[in-house]
Design a protein around this ligand. Sequence first.
Ligand SMILES: Cc1cc2nc3c(=O)[nH]c(=O)nc-3n(C[C@H](O)[C@H](O)[C@H](O)COP(=O)(O)OP(=O)(O)OC[C@H]3O[C@@H](n4cnc5c(N)ncnc54)[C@H](O)[C@@H]3O)c2cc1C
Length: 274
Amino acid sequence: MKPARFDYARAGDVADAIRLLGSSDGFNKPLGGGMSLGPMMNLRLAQPDLVVEVRRLDALKAVAEEGDCLVVGAGITHAEIEDGKIPDTTNGMMRFVAGQIAYRAVRNRGTVGGSIAHADPAADWPTALRALGAEVAIDGPDGARVVALSDFQLAAFTVALEPADIVTALRIPKLSPGARWGYYKICRKPGEFADSIGAVVHDPDRGYTSVVLGATDGAPLDVPALADAVRDGKDVEIDDAKAALAAQGAVFDDYGNQIHAVALSRAIKGAFAS
Ligand SMILES: Cc1cc2nc3c(=O)[nH]c(=O)nc-3n(C[C@H](O)[C@H](O)[C@H](O)COP(=O)(O)OP(=O)(O)OC[C@H]3O[C@@H](n4cnc5c(N)ncnc54)[C@H](O)[C@@H]3O)c2cc1C
């Protein structure tokens, strides 16, 4: 199927992108790598009147270390992260996660900002970056703001963006040298969207521990009881993870209960494996 008719514009800079997106009452969409918007338009699940290309904007390709944060432009691709083109301030976690996304052709075009804005529950960055405690930098008609990723993704495919807003960057806290991380993705074939994702970050020097479950029906889920267990140095077996999820009311079908508990338990074990 082909997309419905739409207009196309390439923004010159962030201000231009915001102006173009707000330029009519129609349904206007920023375009990152097009790896999700393209298929959705082809299937006519999305029928924007105007598509505004933002992925090549200098501001969205910028990467900088600002104090305790790595600021990664929204237009940075998964492949650029996989290839080590950005500083490794997460002890290899971001590079590992990037390499798990789809296959190389998708990673060459798909962007970290597009992935966060799209908010597919089965995608990798929403879960991994939430575990890292990332924030989302947004610019729009009302000015720039920064929102914790945990407040940004509201539900499946639903984020805290106004119609002419764009994601400009992700602000990712740097891990201490001794920090531990684990990431365990369950999918039927390597590189596919996940059936479950467990993500763990334990950084005692910063007093930070996070355990997140991804690929549920909604936004990634914090699992505080398991973060407590990690902080206390406890082993987390599959049944412990199942019990923790049940105790916070995160109950799925039998298959879901099992794979989510497996993903969490293996992510935690992986964090302390070496
Ligand atoms: C075959 C296939 C397999 C895939 N497998 C995986 C996988 O295993 N794991 C995974 O995580 N992902 C997977 N993806 C998704 C892919 O990795 C991209 O991350 C994803 O498509 C979104 O990134 P994009 O830059 O292509 O965004 P686009 O497709 O351009 O845009 C997606 C949405 O985000 C919005 N958007 C884009 N950029 C911005 C911005 N800067 N500000 C505000 N809104 C913006 C668009 O308007 C649109 O609504 C797969 C995709 C394909 C086609």
